[in-house]
Design a protein around this ligand. Structure first.
Ligand code: PBG
Length: 331
């Protein structure tokens, strides 16, 4: 070959050059930390299948939340873990103002005010004794329309407790519109909805089941999406935007980067992606075994999710990733 020919390596020669030409940049404020708060425990309880992640007590939750905010993380997503005895068929703990999640939201909003964005998982599975995201009909099937009033009531309880954002993750049709109307009727016009728009039935949720002590019988395939489908997510997106979603999520993230890209190409609304429990644990677990460099792998995975089109990323590694991003900016 005769010169001059294209030398793409010129732009990779030094760290400074690579930094200059980087096409994707991450900021700690784009990261959201999912957190678990449990009822009836005296000290933080490690989640075995998620190395480094715990179920918090109310006290340890506040400390960890302050730490995350200090690290520059942009938001917190809260999940409640009630005692087994507190679960029932309709998930009464979900909209009880004294339920574990609503108490924790109140505590965090009092402590942190508007210094962060407080998000709440709006779904019944943590609170039902059968572990499904909705209420069941006489045949044991998840009843879409009977579930919507439960979500409305749960979202209202979360708004009253101080959530800035409610996050319906149950994949019931009409959930965003139902919640939007209920919030508006009650005067919560400024509470946002982060819709779990494209949410796939995934084996990677496994460790989350331990994290929330879920007693799921069966699976979620009649309401969560089939891995085989791509265009279906475009239809979910249209429906959620039409019903008033403020932000739209794709979940899981790492096995669904094509869906993240599709959704980002189809909307100007903020696109959120969730690196879920199993995706976290694969990296954290391999790192703990010395098989990969977990820090580098988390940084790479989160950057890849951003490159695919997500502007906001939920990850259990948010605090560490945020700290490394800040160090690199200063360094
Ligand atoms: C539903 C919900 C789930 C997750 C977030 N919200 C569980 C599910 O749909 O099975 C999973 C998050 C994770 O795996 O990290 N409440």
């Amino acid at each position: 070959m005769s010169a001059p020919f294209t030398r793409l390596r010129r732009l990779r020669t030094t760290p400074a050059m690579r930094r200059l030409v980087a096409e994707t940049r991450l900021h700690p404020a784009q990261l959201v930390l999912p957190m678990f708060v449990a009822d009836g425990i005296d000290s933080p309880r490690p989640i075995t299948s998620m190395p480094g992640v715990v179920q918090h007590t109310a006290e340890s939750l506040v400390v960890a939340a302050r730490e995350a905010v200090a690290a520059g993380v942009g938001g917190l997503m809260l999940f409640g873990v009630p005692k087994d005895a507190g679960k029932d068929a309709v998930g009464s703990g979900a909209d009880d103002p004294d339920g574990v999640l609503n108490r924790a939201l109140r505590l965090l909003r009092d402590d942190l005010g508007d210094s962060t964005v407080l998000m709440a998982d709006t779904c019944l599975d943590e609170f039902t004794d059968h572990g499904h995201c909705g209420v069941l009909d006489g045949q044991g099937r998840v009843d879409n329309d009977a579930t919507l009033p439960r979500y409305e009531s749960m979202a209202l309880a979360q708004a009253r407790a101080g959530a800035h954002v409610v996050s319906p993750s149950g994949m019931m049709d009409g959930q965003v519109g139902a919640i939007r109307a209920a919030l508006d009727d009650a005067g919560f016009t400024d509470v946002s909805i982060l819709a779990y728009t494209a949410k796939y039935a995934s084996a990677f949720y496994g460790p989350f089941r331990e994290a929330v002590g879920s007693s799921l019988q069966g699976d979620r395939r009649t309401y969560q999406q089939d891995t085989a489908n791509r265009l279906e997510s475009a239809r979910e997106l249209l429906a959620d935007l039409d019903e008033g979603a403020d932000m739209v999520m794709v979940k899981p993230a790492m096995s669904y980067l094509d869906i993240v890209r599709d959704v980002a190409d189809r909307t100007d609304a903020p696109v959120v992606a969730y690196q879920i429990s199993g995706e976290y644990s694969m990296i954290a677990g391999a790192g703990a075994n010395g098989w990969i460099d977990a820090d580098a792998a988390f940084d790479e995975a989160v950057l890849s999710i951003a490159r695919a089109g997500a502007s906001i990323i939920l990850t259990y590694a948010a605090v560490d990733v945020a700290r490394r991003l800040s160090e690199r900016l200063l360094g």
